[in-house]
Design a protein around this ligand. Structure first.
Ligand code: ADP
Length: 553
């Protein structure tokens, strides 16, 4: 049996196709060994496929020839476990195969109908994926030099003439197949290396994550405030030591939203409702409520904060809840308010008596002019004191929920005009122009004295902080609401301070520069809100302020 058909599946030598195995096979270099006949035994330098490649990973070869018998001969010569052979009879068929998979070597007949070998090779080389695949051209004609050079310019790697020498063919294919295997091995090794590095990085990251989680846990255990975490739906996932010690709620009972059980009875429903809303909206929650201390059952005021925990992509991954004990602060505020309430009541009685005495002396006959002048000033100072004390009393009325309104029907435009007139003289002394626009009556049912208080506060602030520039007061009304706007062109308020100025005793100016106790706007807003209205402010530092009171009619 000839060497060309030694494979176990090989057909008998009689069926060997014409012209494919021949005494002569030519390599492009001419340095390849030549076989003298189709039936020659393998040379020592080319071990048989069965001997050398049985344990070698098979690679794919693409055989392209329009002649079936030539294809079969190639298949016979290259048969063996080291190759998987794919065959194509036309260029388009070969291209289709190349779209489906990669090949170690392509054996390409030069002379084919539809698309010749060079055309096909040029298309193969244009495709990035198949660009590097070695091509061995096969031709039955005597390849002339020009054809050979054309083959090389397309990046072909070898060129063989038919009839082929099986040994030479096998040797050439083996070299490229070997190279292909080495490339694959290298690719696999570097992939394994990359995979190893990736795993190492993952391990490192996991370790870092665990270390960070441990630190976070230690931190949560160390802080002197109640803390817990929950999943996105609000189900508890962790409570810290402080929480467990404070509430003494059995750990086994802690699940879902059971932390609510620690909230003092009267505050519980409000807290649960606010928490449900926070979960639904994904928004942070801040609420004051009393938590019952487990050791003695005493409720203590806490500032409860729950903030959403977001992933890097901004997705809600859980909640962090903290409860800061504010019992002492609450008591201090309560003591302050109580003291202010008592002090203002205590101060008011002697002050009223003092004012009455002064007024009676002032009205006495034949008082020297100088004494009259001094008494006038003393009465004026007692009136200032009276206003301060009234404000203090109002603050304590508001904090204890005792601010009462006495509504009556009146014209807001007329009332504001009266208050403005009272200010005109004081404004003129400082060179400030007060411009009032109240073109039509704005009737409504409100507490007149309280709204006078509001208008007085806004006007006196505009004078105090208006830097002597013109002040504009506007009263308007429509079917649903009445509005009072007081605008100045003075020092203005920085945006970060706007919300603060409506709180008790909050001031954003130096006490030495501008007198005041920071009660006016707090009281004004509470009065307007008690009427169902609102106070808004438009301001910027150095740009003046515009206070806008809206009252329902
Ligand atoms: P007080 O005027 O006694 O300080 P208010 O409650 O009336 O108290 O005002 C609180 C603070 O708001 C003021 O101290 C001041 O800082 C700021 N403020 C109020 N009105 C104005 C205004 N028209 N322009 C600039 N700042 C103002």
């Amino acid at each position: 049996m000839s060497d060309a058909i030694r494979s176990p599946n090989d057909p008998p030598s009689a069926r060997q196709p014409r012209g494919t195995t021949a005494p002569q096979a030519r390599g492009n270099s001419g340095a390849q060994p030549r076989s003298s006949s189709a039936g020659a035994q393998p040379r020592a330098s080319y071990p048989s496929a069965a001997q050398a490649w049985t344990s070698i990973e098979p690679v794919d070869l693409l055989l392209v020839d329009d002649r079936t018998e030539d294809l079969l001969t190639l298949a016979h010569v290259l048969a063996g476990p080291e190759y998987r052979l794919q065959m194509a009879r036309t260029g388009p068929e070969a291209l289709k195969r190349l779209l489906e998979q990669d090949f170690a070597v392509i054996l390409l007949d030069v002379v084919m109908p539809i698309m010749d070998g060079f055309e096909l090779a040029s298309l193969i080389k244009q495709r990035e994926r198949s660009q590097g695949t070695p091509i061995i051209f096969l031709t039955a004609d005597d390849a002339n030099l020009i054809q050979i050079y054309r083959g090389y310019s397309l990046g072909a790697v070898d060129y063989l003439s038919k009839p082929l020498d099986p040994d030479v063919l096998r040797a050439k294919v083996r070299i490229f197949a070997d190279l292909y295997r080495k490339d694959r091995r290298l690719e696999r090794q570097s992939e394994a290396l990359r995979e190893g590095e990736r795993r190492e990085r993952e391990v490192l990251l996991t370790e870092l994550r665990h270390a960070a989680e441990r630190r976070y846990l230690h931190l949560a255990e160390a802080v002197p405030l109640c803390m817990w975490t929950a999943d996105p739906r609000g189900n508890l996932t962790y409570t810290n030591r402080y929480w467990n010690d404070y509430t003494r709620l059995p750990l086994k009972d802690l699940h879902g939203t059971s932390w609510i059980a620690a909230v003092h009875d009267p505050d519980r429903e409000g807290c649960a409702e606010a928490w449900r809303e926070a979960i639904a909206s994904g928004q942070p929650l801040e609420k004051e409520c009393r938590l019952v201390r487990g050791s003695d059952g005493v409720p203590r005021w806490h500032l409860s904060r729950t903030v959403p925990e977001l992933s890097e992509a901004g997705q809600l991954i859980g909640w962090i809840g903290t409860h800061t004990d504010i019992e002492e602060a609450k008591r201090a505020i309560f003591a302050r308010d109580e003291f202010l309430s008592i002090a203002s009541h205590e101060l008011r009685t002697p002050l009223t008596a003092l004012k009455l005495r002064l007024q009676s002396v002032l009205h006495a006959r034949d008082l020297p002019e100088k004494a009259q002048h001094r008494l006038d000033s003393a009465v004026h100072q007692t009136e200032r004191l009276e206003r301060l004390i009234e404000n203090l009393l109002d603050v304590s009325r508001i904090t204890t929920g005792h601010l009462e309104l006495e509504p009556e029907s009146f014209d807001l435009a007329e009332m504001v005009q009266e208050v403005t007139e009272r200010f005109r003289e004081q404004a003129a002394r400082g060179g400030t122009v007060v411009d009032l626009s109240a073109p039509a009556p704005v009737m409504g049912k409100w507490d007149r004295l309280r709204l006078e208080q509001v208008a007085t506060n806004l006007l006196s602030n505009a004078l105090k902080f208006g830097e002597g520039r013109p002040i504009r007061v506007v009263v308007q009304g429509n079917a649903g609401q009445a509005t009072l706007t007081v605008s100045d062109q003075g020092i203005g308020i920085a945006p970060e301070n706007v919300a603060r100025i409506f709180h008790q005793f909050e001031r954003v100016v130096g006490h030495r520069t501008f007198g005041g106790l920071g009660m006016g706007l707090y009281i004004a807003r509470q009065i307007v809100q008690a009427h169902g209205g609102s106070v808004e402010v438009d301001s910027a530092a150095g740009k003046g302020s515009r206070f806008h009171v809206i009252l329902p009619r």
